[in-house]
Write a protein that binds this ligand. Structure first.
Ligand code: FE2
Length: 378
């Protein structure tokens, strides 16, 4: 086997390894970065870019880049029909160009913005479900040669694989976004029913996330907790208005009715599908009023029997209740409420979680969520 053939075989194996990653749990952008690198090496290109359309903003963005000016290219955005990339995406047809300066579709702006000098170019569309959703571009075949039909065929086959993975990841992200926005809408609808607790669910979700990050939960678990926290009081939908919106203190009987909301919430959420993804939210709704010493409700769980999400949300919920103004009593400051939480550690709340929360408050200099928003908008 010649040196060149051995080199090609090796590069091809590297590229196939990069493609195997498309089915892994890795971030699709990281996988694309590896694919464009291996493709450039295999086809002997100086640089390569993977362009992806953003239909919401009507632009084409560089998503993965390889080459000497790669960091500059990542900032470049093209109009949907701009340049050779735009032409390939609009037509769905590959372009094999030996000298871009003679091509009427060439947009020299990209080179000007990035500081790269493009000569030869191979651009193939990423087609998924019959629609071009991006393009893979390889620039400047080394040693002054031109890209060949064989290069183009190879790039096309691999682009099709990438397109499918990209499409799946976009769909997954879209479904996740729809899911979160529906949960948020549901939580907001609930909060609107009780004028005294406006924004309660969002704040409890935010406090819970602060705690989760502090104890080192991974991103995926933090997101799951955030959604579960948004829905923790969803059972209040089943509590009559005259009790939920009552501006004065509740009677014992009324309080007993309010205490049914965890079970109602768990029941409502348990009808959602798929079960395995909603399980944590069901538990959080049911157990967020359980306390470490078994004095909570509805099941008087104690210690380790209480799921972690419910323990976290229980602290966040209590903190928000203490710091929210009511018609019959003014809310405590963050400092005062933090002290209160400390007096209940070990009896009501998990000590490590309370400390994690107080550390998070301290790091934020006890600035309230509202004050934080006001500062951001300054
Ligand atoms: Fe509650």
């Amino acid at each position: 086997m010649s040196e060149e053939t051995r080199y090609m075989e090796n590069e091809l194996l590297n590229l196939l390894d990069a493609f195997k990653e498309l089915n892994s749990d890795l971030d699709v952008k990281v996988v694309f970065q590896n694919i464009i690198l291996q493709m450039a090496k295999l086809l002997d290109a100086e640089a390569g870019t993977l362009w992806v359309t953003d239909p919401d903003r009507d632009v084409i963005k560089a998503t993965a880049v390889y080459g000497p000016t790669s960091s500059n290219i990542l900032k470049v955005e093209l109009k949907m029909d701009e340049g050779i990339v735009g032409k390939v995406i609009c037509s769905g047809k590959l372009q094999l160009i030996s000298d871009v300066s003679t091509d009427p579709a060439w947009a020299p702006r990209v080179d000007k913005d990035s500081g790269f000098t493009t000569k030869s170019m191979l651009t193939v569309p990423l087609i998924a479900k019959g629609k071009a959703i991006g393009a893979m571009q390889l620039l400047n075949k080394k040693n002054g040669q031109n890209f060949t039909r064989k290069d183009a065929q190879m790039a096309l086959v691999l682009a099709n694989q990438s397109a499918l993975a990209l499409y799946n990841s976009q769909m997954f992200e879209e479904i996740q976004n729809i899911n979160l926005s529906m949960i948020r809408t549901l939580a907001k609808t609930l909060d609107k029913r009780d004028p005294y607790t406006a924004g309660h669910s969002e704040r409890v979700a935010t406090y819970s996330k602060w705690m989760a990050l502090k104890i080192g939960l991974d991103t995926k678990t933090c997101e799951e907790l955030y959604k579960a926290a948004l829905l923790h009081d969803i059972g209040k939908i089943g509590i009559p208005d005259e009790i939920l919106r009552k501006p004065t203190k509740l009677s014992n009987e009324e309080y007993e009715i309010i205490k049914k909301h965890p079970e109602i919430g768990a029941d409502i959420l348990s009808t959602m599908e798929p079960k395995r993804t909603i399980m944590n939210a069901v538990e959080t709704a049911r157990y967020h009023h359980e306390r470490l010493n078994g004095s909570g409700y509805p099941d008087q769980l104690a210690g380790k029997e209480i799921p972690l999400f419910a323990k976290i949300v229980g602290i966040a919920d209590t903190f928000d209740a203490m710091t929210t103004d009511r018609p019959y009593n003014k809310g405590l400051s963050y400092h005062e409420a933090a002290k209160e939480l400390m007096t209940c550690k070990d009896t009501h709340f998990d000590e490590a979680l309370v400390i994690a929360f107080l550390t998070a408050l301290e790091e934020r200099k006890y600035i309230t969520i509202e004050e934080g928003h006001a500062l951001e908008g300054r």
